[in-house]
Design a protein around this ligand. Structure first.
Ligand SMILES: Cc1cc2nc3c(=O)[nH]c(=O)nc-3n(C[C@H](O)[C@H](O)[C@H](O)COP(=O)(O)O)c2cc1C
Length: 194
């Protein structure tokens, strides 16, 4: 099997190891290592960066050291596994703040011809893993999985990352056996490097 360069972006704002997202990230990493893939990890909760508030900072300000390191990992990656809990129907603000920091003009995209930005992260694929309290079918059917689709199209495809797959894990606060099955699923995805 083809060996891949995988970067796990754990987007849970709480570094407490009891959070299920961290267990999912770890199990994916275990599977990937067992299969011989190269893996690096970005734990958003442990990074030091401010929120971007001023456009000039976004376009030309100094990039914080932790963000620069994360950008290097993203450049190195062939595939990104991005995990986060659904908060108020969307990604947690800290993960959005990280993406605003990392995917700056000149890194994620650049001005292109006739107003179409150039995508600077082409050649990479991604998968989103999103946990939520509600059943996943309800998030899909009633909410149209809108925030996940926005992440895929407005953010990842905008910088050239495609295709993007997703895995929605609903009823996450339910039975322990179900959580164990999701952990096994993540191990298997890690082994395949997808
Ligand atoms: C601030 C906050 C907002 C939340 N908003 C939602 C929501 O909009 N929809 C939902 O289904 N679950 C929501 N939840 C439940 C989380 O999605 C759930 O607790 C999380 O996925 C569990 O994973 P964890 O153990 O890694 O935190 C919310 C939880 C928190 C703490």
């Amino acid at each position: 099997m083809e060996k891949r360069r995988l970067v796990i972006i754990d987007g849970h704002p709480d570094a407490d190891p009891a959070r299920f997202i961290h267990a999912l990230a770890e199990r994916y990493e275990d599977g990937a290592i067992a299969a011989g893939h190269e893996v690096r990890r970005i734990d958003v909760a442990t990074l030091a960066f401010p929120l971007i508030a001023v456009r000039a900072d976004w376009e030309g300000g100094e990039v914080p050291a932790d963000i620069r390191q994360a950008q290097e990992m993203i450049l190195w990656a062939e595939h990104l596994l991005i995990l986060y809990p659904l908060w108020l129907g969307d990604m947690p603000a800290l993960l959005k703040g990280f993406l605003e920091q990392a995917l700056r003009p000149g890194f994620g995209f650049a001005p292109g011809e006739r107003g179409f930005p150039k995508k600077l992260l082409k050649g990479r694929t991604a998968r989103l893993v999103v946990t939520m309290g509600m059943p996943a079918f309800f998030y899909r059917a009633y909410f149209g999985a809108h925030s996940v689709r926005s992440f895929e199209r407005n953010i990842l495809k905008f910088v050239g990352v495609r295709p993007v797959k997703h895995l929605l894990i609903g009823n996450v606060e339910g039975k322990a056996e179900t959580r164990e099955r999701w952990l096994e699923r993540l191990f298997s995805l890690g082994e395949k490097g997808i």
